[in-house]
Every structure is written in C-alpha cells, then in structure tokens.
Design a protein around this ligand. Structure first.
Ligand SMILES: NC(=O)c1ccc[n+]([C@@H]2O[C@H](COP(=O)([O-])OP(=O)(O)OC[C@H]3O[C@@H](n4cnc5c(N)ncnc54)[C@H](O)[C@@H]3O)[C@@H](O)[C@H]2O)c1
Length: 461
C-alpha cells in the first residue's frame, strides 16, 4: 500500500456512432468540429480521443514540426501507450488534421479546447507567455454559439476574469450567452493518458449555467468516463489546485516523517504502509524532491490567488529542501564533497517520462557542482548532449568510474541492475526514491535512503 491510491476502472465506450451536424448545439448523439490549441503531450491525445468519437478535429500548434507530424498521421509524443496507433487511425479516417492557423480553426469549429502551458516566472507568479498569445490567436475566430474550454491548469478566477473578456474583445459578443466559456481541468498522468481518459471523472465548470451545460455536453459526447458539472469555473479551477496541492503537502509530510524515522532508526516505508492500513490514512512516499511541471507549480498558482496559506508555502520549502538534506548527509559521510566524483542516476523529473521541467536533478547537479564535486550523470531517456547541457559529464551504463557516491533521483527499476564492482572507490549510495533497498552492496559501501537506513532496508518495502 503506497499511499492512498485508488484504482478507477476504465469505462467501456457505449457511444453509438455520432451523427455529424453543423452547427453543433449540444444535442445527444451528435458531433461537430473541435479545435485543440496546443497539440503537446496532453493536447495530442485529447485531439485523437475526440476524433475517435466522431468529431472533426483540428490540432493547432505554433510548432510546424508538430503540425507536419500530425498531418502525416504520426504522433510526435513518445512513451504514451496506444497514442501512435490512435493518431494514425483517426488521421487515416480523415477526422484529424493540424494547422498553425488558430483563428481559421476557431472560426470553423463549434468547440475550442486550449491546452498550452501556464508556468511560473522567476518570482513564482503565473507566467502566461504561452496562454495569452494562444487566447489572442483564437479571438478573431470567436463566433456565436462557439464553446471555449480551458483545460490548462489555471489560477482561480482566470477563466472568467482574464480570458472571457479577452475572448469577447474583438467579436463584440457576450461570453456566457452569445458564446460559452468553461474550465475543465486536465488531470491525466503522462504515460497512461488514454487509459485515464476512459476512467477519470471529467470536471466541468462554466462562467454560467449555459456554459457549463454546453461544455458538459461536449465532454459527454467524447469521453466514456463520468462528466461532473460543477457550480462555477472558479470551483473547477480550484479543484485541480486542491488535488495537486494536497499531494505536495502530503509528500512534504512524508518527507518530515522520513526525518523522524532516521532519528529513530525506523523504516519510514514500513511505518507508512502500516499507517495506511487504516482506511482514512493516505500518506504518500518521501523522496529526494518533487518535480515535473504540475505538483511543484500548482501550489504557487494557488498561492498567487490566496496568499499566506502557510501549510502550502511550508510544503514547498520542505520538498525543495530534500536535495540539500541529501547533500548534507553525503557530505557528512564522505567528509566533504569537494573534489569527490559523484554519479547522479535519473535526471528527468520521473522515470519513463522525458520531461526535465522542474526536475530536482537540475538543482541537485548545480548544488553538487557548487560544493566542488565532480558530477557525472546518466538517464536512459537522455543523450550525452542533453546531460552535458545540465553541467554534468555523461556516464554510460556499465562503464567503470571513479565515483565515491551514487545518488538516484528517479525510481527507475533498471537501476537495480547496477553493479557496484564498476566503481571500486564507491563509499555511499544515496537512494533518493527508496527504490534500491534490495540492491546488493559490498561491505564498506553505505546505503542511505530517505527515511530508510542501512540497518532497516533489507526488509522488502
Ligand atoms: N504533461 C502532464 O503530465 C500534464 C498533466 C495534466 C495536465 N497538464 C496540463 O496540460 C498543459 C499542457 O501540458 P503538455 O504536457 O501538453 O505541454 P507540452 O509542452 O507537451 O505541449 C504544449 C504545446 O503547446 C504548443 N503551444 C505553445 N504555445 C502555443 C500557442 N500560442 N498556440 C498553439 N500552440 C502552442 C507547444 O508548441 C506544444 O506543442 C499543462 O500546462 C498542464 O496545465 C499536463
């Protein structure tokens, strides 16, 4: 039991073939034309899903290579089971094509779904460098009856206050009555997107009842999972921030439990599994840090609209402090890190997903370099140039090396095949995801987990 996760069963598709209509006005059993703006890791699977339910889909992207790939029937998104086949099929059936012309796509569509990133600037404030131009690009195509849905995670209030007025500006039409605007959070997990689409309830909140109804009708026609109509766009925006911030705070708590477990020489994973046998306990797992462009980002989007939430702020500090704690532990064991050859394994924010956004490996490598350590790194998903750009020397799996310390930053199962004989000077393995507890280490090599110690790790997790 690893922390309160539940399995939502996939719903088999029970839609009869849809009847194509124009304009589409929300009728059951009908399909129209939809534009998906931002055909990236989330947008492309959405586009393919919509097309597989009878909609005519235009994928809009500013990257011509993305547009060309889709127009050739190819998925440019790797590591997503079933996506390449689905893109090829719906493209061959003539229901998916791509363009860079957002205004024309919106003009020809009944529904526009926006799924371009909103990120953070250097002060942890929302950075709209992609979303504002995306909204501006569809604005000339706004017409009576169109439904615009934001799936990108947004700060509370943005759908109504920032974007609905921007969409109204050129057309002179009134959002909420002449056309419809809603928020529907994208909650999918990279690597399982198509399976999640069939299982996760779809939350929909409009800027008014008419917008909620029209957007909910759209999702009911393209998704097999339950569609949940919410009372407002703000409630829907908040729900995504609440879900992700909860996870960040939960992990911070697990990280503090790990510190207490180290203090007492107790295995934190044993403690968490036992605690979670109580059905109301859902403690997550500790680790060397929280990365990716979701969990570390969204608490800041919440704080941008609700400043001073102390638990939320503290959780961010605790989780970002995990790399410093790892280095302090290593430095203590090695008598300082200056000049020490150190190997970091797992550089993407998590195993199996080629995404470096907010990966904790980046500050980890930077901090190691600051101490004067000689840093090498390896990730099965990155090439030498990508590793080199992060300031580390590429290491190749199986090469001998002078490393005194190995740190894992992802829980990739293949790291269990590491052979300590490759590194004759190895003194310590820092297991940043507690995934190497079964790794055999020769005498004289110290194992350090996050709340798991050399003496307790032999117990299977
Ligand atoms: N990736 C995830 O795991 C995940 C999970 C849940 C939700 N989300 C949400 O999805 C959003 C998008 O994430 P993603 O992983 O698909 O991002 P991505 O970087 O893979 O894709 C974004 C795409 O948008 C395109 N783009 C940027 N500006 C544009 C513009 N003005 N007009 C048209 N296209 C533009 C880019 O070229 C790119 O292809 C995130 O910000 C988040 O809110 C992501």
């Amino acid at each position: 039991m690893l922390g309160g996760s539940i399995t939502v069963p996939a719903s088999p598709c029970s839609h009869a073939p849809a009847r194509s209509v124009s304009p589409w006005v929300g009728g059951a059993g009908t399909a129209g034309a939809v534009a998906v703006v931002g055909a990236g890791k989330m947008g492309l699977p959405l586009a393919a899903q919509f097309a597989s339910h009878g909609w005519n889909v235009t994928a809009v992207d500013i990257n011509p290579a993305v547009v060309d790939a889709i127009n050739a029937g190819q998925s440019h998104v790797g590591e997503e089971p079933g996506l390449a086949e689905l893109v090829a099929r719906v493209h061959a059936e003539g229901r998916l094509h791509a363009t860079t012309d957002a205004a024309a796509a919106a003009r020809a569509s009944d529904v526009v779904v926006l799924i371009v990133p909103v990120m953070l600037d250097e002060d942890h404030k929302p950075d709209y460098r992609y979303m504002d131009p995306a909204v501006a690009s569809i604005t000339p195509g706004i017409h009576e009856g169109i439904t615009v849905v934001f799936e990108t995670t947004l700060p509370i209030g943005d759908t109504r206050r920032r974007f609905a007025p921007a969409l109204e500006a050129e057309s002179g039409l009134k959002a909420g009555s002449d056309f419809f605007v809603a928020f529907s959070p994208e909650r999918l997990f990279s690597g399982a997107v198509l399976a999640n689409l069939a299982a996760y309830p779809k939350l929909v909140g409009g800027i008014g009842a008419a917008s909620t109804d029209r957007a909910a009708a759209f999702y009911a026609s393209v998704l097999d999972a339950e569609v949940v109509a919410m009372s407002s766009s703000e409630a829907a925006e908040f729900s995504k921030l609440a879900d992700t911030t909860y996870r960040d705070v939960n992990i911070a708590l697990a990280n503090e439990f790990a510190q207490a477990a180290d203090l007492w020489g107790v295995d934190v994973q044993e403690v968490i599994a036992a605690a979670n046998s109580q059905p109301y306990s859902h403690i997550h797992q500790p680790g060397i840090g929280v990365g990716g462009h979701c969990i570390p980002v969204y608490p800041h989007l919440l704080l941008s609209r609700a400043p001073g939430l102390r638990l939320v702020e503290t959780a961010r500090e605790v989780n970002d402090g995990q790399t410093g704690r790892a280095l302090a532990a290593l430095s203590g064991l090695l008598g300082g890190l200056s000049g020490a050859p150190v190997l970091v394994l797992g550089i993407t924010y998590r195993e199996g997903v080629k995404e470096l956004a907010y990966s904790r490996a980046i500050p980890l490598i930077a901090a190691l370099r600051e101490t004067g350590a000689d840093v090498a790194a390896y990730d099965p998903l990155l090439d030498d140039a990508e590793i080199g750009r992060l300031g580390a020397t590429p290491w190749h799996w199986g090469d001998p090396g002078p490393f005194r310390a190995v740190i894992t930053q992802t829980g990739d199962r293949r790291f269990l095949a590491l052979d300590p004989a490759w590194f004759p000077d190895l003194a310590v393995v820092y297991d940043g995801r507690n995934s190497l507890r079964m790794l055999a280490l020769p005498q004289g090599v110290t194992y350090l987990g996050v709340g798991v110690q050399a003496a307790t790790r032999a117990r299977p997790a």
